[in-house]
Design a protein around this ligand. Sequence first.
Ligand SMILES: [Zn+2]
Length: 147
Amino acid sequence: MNEPARRLLPLHAKVSSALTREARYEGALPVARLERLRAVTADADGSLQVELQLLRDKTRVPKLEGRVRGELSMICQRCLQPFRWPLDAAIDLRLVFNEEEESRVLKDSEPLLIEDDQLPFHAVVEEEVLLALPYAPRCDRDDCEPG
Ligand SMILES: [Zn+2]
């Protein structure tokens, strides 16, 4: 898969102005830059393709929505061989600005606590990818047998 060099996802955004503009962000995020994800993948090859948008929904609730796609190198828990696991995860987070609000919305949405008007894209994407990973990854090779 030879793709042209892609624009990198920015490190962070200033939430107040991004929300006003309903700003969209798009770019690549190399797996090698994400230490916690790197610790659970077989290698640091490749990068995630990320699309994100800050917006207010119909009821004026501030949100971060988007999608992250890519292929991660995982170890099959059955045959113990590495394989490429296709990631395609939706991001749908409700922005909250203090802990009281965070606990209040917890039961019907996934809150993201914003501090200092900053949205740290890399940390947020990494967290969402970690949540999307299979608990016990399995390859789909015909000869997959306990190793
Ligand atoms: Zn396997």
